[in-house]
Design a protein around this ligand. Structure first.
Ligand code: ATP
Length: 330
C-alpha cells in the first residue's frame, strides 16, 4: 500500500520545519529524503513514524488513516507497525542479539513463530553464531545489521531509516550501503530513507525527494534528479554543475559532459586550468572560464596549471531549468 501524505505541516516556535507538503511513497519502492542539515527531513520521517505530531495534514497508508488533523486522529507509533533503523543503532544494551531481534515479535505476542523468524532474520544479515552476544561485543557494522534485522523481522509495511550509515567509517558505509539495498529489495520492503549524502541517495533509491528549508524542491528518479534538475539548488546539491549563464543559473552542464574534441552539434568555449586534483581513475580539473565563472571537467591526463585551452559542449547536453521554484531561494 502506498503511503500518502497530504498538506502535512510542522512548526517549532517560529521555525517552519515543514511547509505544507504532499507526497506519495509507492509500495515496494526505496524512497530517499535528501537535503542539507536542517531542511526538515528528520521531522518529516518522525511525523510518519508517529514520534512527532504534525500541526496540520493527513497521513494515510492505503485506505487507513494514521494521522489526520481534521479528524483529530493520531495512531500511536507502536500501532503503526513500521520498522525503524536509526543512526545510533538504538539496540537494547542488556539484551542479546537474539533478544534484540525478537523484541518486536514478543511485544506483538507472536511467540509461536518467534524462533524461526529470528533465525531467518539472523541468517539474512549474516550474523549466525552471534545470537548470544550483547551489542557491546559487536562491531558498528554488526550492530547496524542487528538493528536492520530487528526492524524487518515483523515484516512491516514500511521501514524508516534515519541516516543509518552515517556513524560508520567510509569503507564499511560503502559495504553496508550495497548490502542494505539488496536486503531491502530482496524482501520487497517499502523503505523511506533519510540522508544528507547524495551518493547514498543516488545509489540506493528508486525515488529521491530533494528537500530544502522545509520544502520538497523536486521528487523523481535519481537519473531525472541528476540530468533534469528542476531548480538550481538541486543542480548544485547533487553532483557538480557548470553554468552557461552564471547569474541566472538556468543552463547547466554536468562535468562529464564537457568534451575535449570538436564534434557535430558542439560549441567551443575558452578557459584556462585553475587547479587539478587526481581522483585515481581520472583528473578533476577546475577551469577558469572568464565571465562564466569556474567550471569542473574530467580528463584522463594531468594538465599544467594556467594552460589555456578550448573545450566543447554539445547543445544536446545543455539542460535548461524551466520550472523555477521560489522556495529554495528563501
Ligand atoms: P539534520 O540532517 O541535521 O538532522 P534535518 O534535515 O533532519 O537535519 P530537522 O531535524 O527535521 O532537519 O530540522 C528541521 C528544522 O526544525 C531545523 O531548523 C531544526 O532546528 C528544527 N527543529 C527540529 N526539531 C526541533 C525541536 N524539537 N524543537 C525545535 N526545533 C526543532
Amino acid at each position: 500500500m502506498d503511503l500518502v501524505i497530504r498538506g502535512l505541516e510542522k512548526k517549532f516556535g517560529s521555525t517552519q520545519a515543514l511547509h505544507p507538503t504532499d507526497l506519495t511513497i509507492r509500495k515496494g519502492s526505496f524512497t530517499t529524503l535528501l537535503g542539507p542539515s536542517g531542511c526538515g527531513k528528520t521531522t518529516l520521517l518522525r511525523m510518519i513514524a508517529g514520534l512527532e505530531t504534525p500541526d496540520r495534514g493527513d497521513i494515510r497508508l492505503g485506505e487507513e488513516v494514521i494521522f489526520s488533523s481534521a479528524q483529530r486522529l493520531e495512531k500511536a507509533p507502536r500501532r503503526r507497525g513500521f520498522g525503524m533503523v536509526f543512526q545510533d543503532f538504538a539496540l537494547w544494551p542488556h539484551m542479546t542479539v537474539f533478544e534484540n531481534i525478537a523484541f518486536g515479535l514478543r511485544a506483538a505476542g507472536r511467540s509461536k513463530e518467534l524462533k524461526t523468524a529470528v533465525q531467518e532474520a539472523v541468517e539474512m544479515v549474516r550474523l549466525e553464531g552471534m545470537e548470544q552476544r550483547y551489542p557491546h561485543q559487536l562491531s558498528g557494522g554488526q550492530q547496524q545489521r542487528v538493528a536492520f534485522a530487528r526492524a524487518v523481522v515483523t515484516k512491516p509495511q514500511l521501514v524508516l531509516f534515519d541516516e543509518p550509515l552515517s556513524a560508520l567509517d567510509a569503507m564499511l558505509r560503502d559495504e553496508l550501503r550495497m548490502e542494505l539495498t539488496s536486503l531491502v529489495r530482496g524482501i520487497g520492503l517499502t523503505a523511506l530513507y533519510v540522508t544528507h549524502d547524495q551518493l547514498e541517495a543516488m545509489s540506493m533509491s528508486d525515488e529521491i525527494i530533494v528537500m530544502q528549508a522545509g520544502r520538497v524542491i523536486q521528487a523523481g528518479r535519481p537519473e531525472d534528479i541528476y540530468h533534469r534538475p528542476s531548480h538550481p539548488f538541486v543542480a548544485r546539491f547533487i553532483g557538480k554543475s557548470n553554468w552557461l549563464d552564471r547569474d541566472k543559473e538556468r543552463l547547466v552542464i554536468r562535468p562529464e559532459q564537457i568534451r575535449w574534441a570538436h564534434g557535430p552539434g558542439t560549441d567551443a568555449y575558452r578557459g584556462s586550468v585553475r587547479s587539478i586534483s587526481y581522483l585515481g581513475d581520472r583528473y578533476e580539473i577546475q577551469l577558469d572560464m572568464g565571465s562564466l565563472g569556474t567550471w569542473t571537467a574530467y580528463h584522463r591526463e594531468r594538465m599544467p596549471i594556467g594552460r589555456e585551452l578550448e573545450i566543447y559542449v554539445a547543445r544536446e547536453d545543455i539542460h535548461e531549468i524551466t520550472t523555477l521554484r521560489e522556495a529554495a531561494n528563501q
